[in-house]
Design a protein. Structure first.
Length: 274
């Protein structure tokens, strides 16, 4: 057993099929980019990392619902291209899918990434009508670190948020425990970052409907953080639903977002048409 095997945040040690799932989602994302109408690498800022891919349902586009997905990877790996497949579920539901890219730690710090996703959201609000979308029908989802970043779009600094609903899958809502995880050597989250960017410390837009979801086979911190964050939001008056995805782990749950017929995909499809 490796020295990291007991680290509940080191996903690779707890998901035997980790590499197989990553290979699958990359392959499926390639297929999505080949088969779903899209506008690639749309800039929301000046930096090379500040781009997004837009995917469209086939047919005429007139004030369609819009959904923004933020990928995970502990803020230090993956890119939007790895998660194009999520657009399958969104576009099949009749909405425009926006898969967002952002800079990765440790080259940048948490504040920079949070600023990026907020500017991506502003771009959507300001420009999506030109692509056939309705900015008043904006929903958001994120997985793992992406769920964390999604909360930063409707917290106390961003009210009214302009977001109708959010799906938070396998999210991280208290960053403090990560300081004692394998990530300490990789991204070295600071005391200031845990204080400023832990969602559990924030207030939120009470008009946003939130779905908090976690795989049944996730490690304990993901379950406890989801439960505590749900209570935190409910106390502030948000409408919150909690879902445990049967027989799903941290990686299979996000894979399933793009697989029709799965519980995760059904949650996402319902959200984008809220």
């Amino acid at each position: 057993m490796s020295e990291h095997a007991k680290d509940p945040f080191r996903i690779r040690d707890h998901v035997v099929e980790f590499d197989d799932i990553v290979a699958e989602i990359v392959r499926r994302s390639q297929d999505t980019r080949a088969n779903v109408p899209m506008a690639a690498d749309v800039a929301y800022g000046d930096d090379a990392t500040e781009t997004m891919d837009l995917f469209f349902p086939r047919g005429k586009r007139n004030r369609l619902p819009v959904h923004m997905f933020i990928h995970g990877g502990y803020w230090r790996m993956f890119s939007k291209r790895d998660y194009s497949y999520v657009a399958e579920t969104v576009t099949d539901a009749g909405a425009i899918a926006i898969i967002v890219d952002y800079a990765l730690m440790p080259a940048v710090r948490m504040a920079g990434i949070v600023d990026q996703v907020r500017r991506a959201r502003r771009w959507v609000r300001d420009h999506i009508a030109g692509h056939g979308g309705n900015p008043d029908l904006l929903t958001v989802s994120g997985h793992s670190a992406g769920a964390h970043l999604a909360t930063m779009l409707f917290n106390g600094d961003n009210r009214p948020s302009g977001i109708k609903a959010a799906l938070l899958l396998g999210g991280l809502y208290d960053l403090k425990p990560l300081q004692n995880s394998f990530l300490a050597a990789e991204i070295a989250i600071t005391d200031d970052e845990t204080r400023r960017f832990s969602p559990i410390n924030h207030s939120f837009d009470p008009s946003v409907v939130v779905e908090i979801s976690v795989g049944a086979d996730e490690t304990p911190p993901f379950h406890s953080q989801a439960a505590l964050f749900a209570i935190h939001l409910e106390k502030q008056g948000l409408a919150v639903s909690c879902t445990t995805l049967a027989a799903a782990n941290h990686m299979s749950s996000v894979r399933d977002l793009g697989l029709a017929g799965t519980d995760a995909a059904s949650l996402l499809a319902r959200l984008v048409t809220t």
